[in-house]
Design a protein around this ligand. Sequence first.
Ligand code: APR
Ligand code: ZN
Length: 248
Amino acid sequence: MHDPLDLARRLVAAAARITAFTGAGISAESGIPTYRGAGGLWREYDPAKFADIDYFREDPSYYWRFFRDVRYRIVAEARPNAGHLALAELERRGKLEAIVTQNIDGLHQAAGSRRVYELHGNTRAIDCLDCGATYDFAAVHEQVRTELPPRCRACGGRLKPRVVFFGESLPERALKAATAVTASCDLLLVVGSTLQVHPAASLPPLAKQVGARVVIVNVGPTAMDDLADAFLEGPAGTILPQLLEAAG
Ligand code: APR
Ligand code: ZN
């Protein structure tokens, strides 16, 4: 019997161009709950409303109230965990080429990762839909204490977080880059994603197609465990540092 951790360590040690794909699971140990996750933290707010573009256009206050009362504090207080830090270290050592992520929390960058492609945008940047001015989320958080929905300081226009809502298309550049770095990697390291949502679901098959190995790190099963060369069941904050030990 092969120990999957042993096998994964050897694959990481042998790889020269790793691409990591991360989902909500990598930020769980930083205290960021998933939209659908257990815990009931967000039960007062319905993702079908706050994260839906049509609903947002109709009633932006719903999102901004959620941002003011729930989301801002969670993201502002979150710190990168050992999983984020391990991926940043892999990049510093020249083993990891890029991170493709579905997360919008900015924790990879906070951990020191430089090449990060965000498929769903980033909640820390807020754009004016009318004049293109951008604001940091801390400034807008101050603003929403007294102004709901917040308006652009420059033109009075509508503000929207730079996040992909349901009903919006994914940013084309990040999507292209995600495909390119997956097609050119020799190891795809998937962390904390059920791999059910596209384009996430298309990356592991693409990696296999170009002859790359696939390692999955996840607390529960994913849609693609069978396709993985090694499937490591467990928390990213524990397992990723263990993988790093092998990657000289
Ligand atoms: N370490 C590793 N994996 C974990 C951890 C952990 N500490 N905690 C939870 N997980 C696993 C869960 O078991 C689950 O399989 O991470 C996975 C997270 O899966 P999803 O919540 O489906 O996250 P993701 O693949 O990113 O898809 C969610 O869908 O609603 C959209 O835009 C939203 O980006 C979001 C995406
Ligand atoms: Zn404006």
